[in-house]
Design a protein around this ligand. Structure first.
Ligand code: BV8
Length: 276
């Protein structure tokens, strides 16, 4: 992407901004080879065409949202467990892309910065982002649905690739007889209160919010954009496709995050290095 030229008014706002928030979604990880939920080549499309190679269940059609629910886990634990095991393996084999690396730089560009991600693939963390809240959990861990004990997902899948493993005390003693599930937030489940609180406070106080690679359809995450707009923040959107918030954005880059985010980060760094 050629050098991004910002109009004077926007450049002034980006130069003055002191409290920035970035909200990221599945689109930021698309160029790392991970499917989005919606859109071309997404998890949804994969399941419609192939009956989900991931779960090996030829009959399974329908939307990822239907698999990402407590009801689905208790109805078809094996299918859900295998779907997450496959997604975990894909994410573990993937690498952060230039969009993740560019966002990691924002921590040093602004006095106050928070990255709020809906992604569960840990690619932001692997790109070095530290000022981050993961609203929807992580694929890297499994948690017992009864006692809350956590363990690495890789270890849990190795121990039981086809069905969610029972909660047993290491060394074989009987555990609480609960079952391990992916440590993600499912549809219909509340988000981790502390993470949501931190994200909501940051969005209400920010003077710049970037929404990157998100369809902004899933709540309460998408509500953070509304909160920032109401707080009078400058809103920048990066997404090849329009979203419900596109018309409110002060700058919209209809391009892949892997090219648009490094270009935007460069433009912000240079306009913030200019004094006066
Ligand atoms: C809850 C973890 C209390 C699991 C996920 C208010 C209004 C309407 C509905 C609700 C509402 N409040 C609550 C709901 C219900 C529901 C919801 O929002 N439903 C939606 C579908 C309408 N929300 C919940 O259930 C939440 N819990 O509210 O609890 C409660 C409970 C019940 C009732 C009331 C209140 C929990 C939500 C979290 C669920 N867990 N993930 C897992 O991953 O398996 S959500 C999951 O889907 C992701 O984490 C992510 O958040 C979401 C997908 O969204 P995106 O990341 O934006 O991805 P998507 O594929 O949609 O879009 C990708 C975008 O990228 C596209 O726009 C595309 O154009 C773009 N793109 C593509 N390539 C690129 C690109 N962009 C840049 N570069 C590229 N290269």
């Amino acid at each position: 992407m050629e050098e991004l030229r910002l109009d004077a008014q926007l450049a002034a706002r980006l130069r003055r901004a002191t409290r920035a928030v970035a909200l990221s979604g599945a689109g930021v990880s698309k160029e790392s080879g991970l499917g989005t939920f919606r859109g071309a080549g997404g998890l949804w499309e994969d399941r419609r065409q192939t009956g989900s190679a991931a779960t090996g269940d030829r009959r399974s059609r329908g939307r990822p949202e239907e698999l990402a629910t407590p009801e689905a886990f208790y109805r078809t634990p094996g299918k859900v467990w295998r779907w997450y095991a496959a997604r975990y393996a894909t994410a573990a084999a993937a690498a952060p892309n230039p969009a993740h690396h560019a966002l990691a730089r924002w921590e040093s560009l602004f006095p106050s910065f928070l990255l709020v991600t809906q992604n569960v693939d840990d690619l932001h963390q692997r790109a070095g982002s530290r000022r981050l809240v993961a609203l929807h959990g992580t694929l890297a861990e499994a948690v017992c649905d009864s006692c809350g004990r956590r363990r690495p997902m890789g270890e849990a899948v190795a121990a039981s690739p086809a069905e969610p493993p029972e909660c047993s005390v290491p060394g074989g003693g009987t555990g609480c007889r609960g079952r391990f599930r992916p440590a993600v937030v499912w549809f219909g489940e509340s988000l981790p209160a502390a993470a949501l609180e931190t994200a909501s406070r940051a969005a209400a106080a920010c003077d710049l919010l970037l929404a990157a690679g998100t369809s902004a359809l899933v709540y309460p995450a998408a509500g953070l954009i509304e909160t920032a707009l109401r707080a009078g923040a400058c809103v920048v959107e990066i997404n090849p496709e329009p979203t419900p918030f596109s018309r409110f954005a002060h700058l919209r880059l209809a391009a892949p995050a892997g090219t648009a985010l490094p270009a935007l980060t460069e433009a912000i760094a240079s306009c913030r290095s200019m004094t006066g």
